[in-house]
Design a protein around this ligand. Structure first.
Ligand code: FMN
Length: 406
C-alpha cells in the first residue's frame, strides 16, 4: 500500500520524468519502537555526521520550525571490530549530545560473531537507541575483500549478520535497520533479496541508496528501484535515498516511489537548515526563508564551535575546512577570502574572516542543485570467485575498515 497520496500540485522532474507531488502531508515514520514526527533521516556520512554536525542540523530545524527536531539523525559509521576492540577514535565517534534523542549509530560489519559482540556492547553500555547497518560502501579496498556493497550478494551470510544484530539488540529493545544499494552492478542486483531477507530477520526498516556499487555516486539515483523495493518488501518501512537536493526532491521521491521516508546525504552539506525545509514541505507548512550570507556565517561559526568542542580546537578547525566551499557555494565571495577561509585554523581568525562577508546577500539560486561527491562509475573490485556461490557463508577476511563511507 502506498503511504502517501499522489496529487497534482505541480510537476517535478527526476531522471527526465515528470512526477506527481504530494497533496497530503507525509505521515510520521515508525522505526520499530521509535516514533518520528517527520519521515526524514540524515544519511550517515563518514567524516561528516559526527555529534557536531548532527547537533547543528537539529538546532537549525528547531530554529526554523519552532519545534524539536522531528526526524532521525544518523551518526557516521563505526566499524564493529574497532568498536569491540575499543579503539579510542572509534569510541570518540560514538559521542552523542545529551539532547540527541533517539541516538542513532551506524555499524559497518562483515561477520556475524563480531556483529553480535558489537551490538551486545552497544546494548549493555547504552551507547545508542537505534542501530543502522551499512551494506552500501562502494570503496574498492572494501569490496575487493567482500565487504560493503559486495556483501549482500552472499545471501546467507547477509542473513546471518542481520540476524546476529537483531538478536543481540532485542533484549535492550534496540531497533535495527539496514541500508544497502541496488547491487554490485547491472548484472548483479541484490536489493530485492536484501530487503526481503532483512525484513524476515527482524530488521524494522530498510533504506535503499538507489545506485549500484559500480555507479558509485555518478549519474542519477534510480528512484524506480525504490518503488520496486517498496512493492517487494512488506510489513516494514522502506526508505528512499539518493539525489534529494532540496525539499521538492523529497516530496517528489515520496510521491513517485511510495517510500515511507527519505534519507538525505549530500544535499545538506553546507546547508544544515535543509531539514527544516524538508519537514515543512512534507508536512505542508510554509517554506522557511533560506539564510542570508550573514546568517550562513552565524551557522558556520556555530559549526566551528561544535567541532572544536568535539575534536579540540586544532582538529576541529581543520575539520571545518572541508565544509567551507559548501557553505559559501553560489555566494559572491572573493577568491582570496575563500582561500583564507578554506585554510582557517583558529576560532578568532574565523571570526575576523567571516566579518568581512557582505552580511545582507540573500541565499543565491546558484547554490541549488547537486552538491558533494559525484565521481565516475567503475568496475567493482571483488575477491576472486566472489560471484560463484551466493550461498557461501565464509566470512570475508581483511574487509574490516576503520573509516570509509557508503
Ligand atoms: C562523504 C560521504 C560519506 C558517506 N559515508 C557513509 C557511511 O558512513 N555510511 C553509509 O551508509 N553511507 C555513507 N554515505 C552514503 C550516504 O549515506 C548516501 O547513501 C549517499 O550519499 C546518497 O545519498 P544523497 O544523494 O542524499 O547524498 C556517504 C556519502 C558521502 C557523500
Amino acid at each position: 500500500m502506498r503511504s502517501v497520496a499522489l496529487g497534482t500540485r505541480g510537476p517535478h522532474r527526476h531522471n527526465g520524468q515528470v512526477t506527481a507531488i504530494l497533496d497530503a502531508p507525509a505521515p510520521a515514520l515508525r522505526i520499530g519502537p521509535l516514533a518520528l514526527r517527520s519521515p526524514v533521516v540524515l544519511a550517515p556520512m563518514a567524516g561528516i555526521t559526527n555529534v557536531a554536525f548532527r547537533t547543528l542540523c537539529r538546532e537549525q530545524e528547531t530554529r526554523y520550525s519552532g519545534t524539536d527536531a522531528a526526524g532521525l539523525y544518523v551518526c557516521e559509521m563505526v566499524t564493529a571490530r574497532a568498536l569491540v576492540e575499543r579503539h579510542p577514535d572509534t569510541l570518540h565517534m560514538t559521542t552523542f549530545a545529551p539532547s540527541e534523542q533517539p541516538r542513532s549509530l551506524q555499524l559497518y560489519t562483515v561477520d556475524p560473531a563480531t556483529t553480535a559482540d558489537a551490538v551486545r556492547m552497544i546494548a549493555e553500555e547504552d551507547l545508542a537507541d537505534h542501530i543502522d547497518m551499512n551494506f552500501g560502501c562502494p570503496v574498492p579496498k572494501v569490496t575487493r575483500k567482500g565487504g560493503g556493497a559486495a556483501l549482500p550478494y552472499k545471501r546467507q551470510l547477509f542473513a546471518q549478520i542481520v540476524r546476529a544484530a537483531v538478536r543481540a539488540a532485542e533484549p535492550a529493545g534496540i531497533p535495527v535497520t539496514v541500508k544497502f544499494r541496488i547491487g554490485i552492478d547491472e548484472e548483479h542486483h541484490t536489493h530485492l533479496d536484501a530487503g526481503r531477507i532483512a525484513a524476515a530477520e527482524g530488521a524494522v526498516a530498510v533504506a535503499l541508496h538507489a545506485r549500484t556499487a559500480a555507479q558509485r555516486y555518478s549519474g542519477t539515483a534510480r528512484w524506480d528501484e525504490i518503488s520496486r523495493l517498496k512493492d517487494h518488501v512488506s510489513g516494514i518501512p522502506v526508505l528512499g535515498n539518493g539525489d534529494i537536493f532540496d525539499a521538492q526532491d523529497a516530496v517528489a521521491m515520496m510521491a513517485q516511489t511510495g517510500c515511507d521516508g527519505v534519507v538525505v546525504g549530500r544535499g545538506c552539506l553546507g546547508r544544515p537548515w535543509l531539514f527544516a525545509e524538508l519537514a515543512a514541505a512534507l508536512t505542508g507548512s510554509p517554506a522557511p526563508t533560506p539564510p542570508t550570507l550573514g546568517e550562513v556565517a552565524t551557522v558556520l561559526r556555530r559549526h566551528a564551535h561544535l567541532l572544536a568542542a568535539h575534536h579540540g580546537p586544532d582538529r576541529g578547525l581543520r575539520d571545518l575546512r572541508k565544509h567551507m566551499a559548501w557553505y559559501l557555494r553560489g555566494f559572491p565571495v572573493g577568491s582570496e577570502l575563500r582561500q583564507q577561509l578554506a585554510l582557517v585554523s583558529h576560532l578568532n581568525e574565523l571570526d575576523r574572516l567571516l566579518d568581512q562577508l557582505d552580511q545582507d546577500v540573500p541565499f543565491p539560486a546558484d547554490a541549488e542543485g547537486p552538491r558533494g561527491r559525484q565521481g565516475s562509475p567503475g568496475k567493482v573490485a571483488l575477491p576472486a570467485g566472489w560471484l560463484d556461490d551466493p550461498d557461501d557463508i565464509t566470512v570475508p577476511q581483511g574487509a574490516e575498515i576503520n573509516n570509509s563511507g557508503g
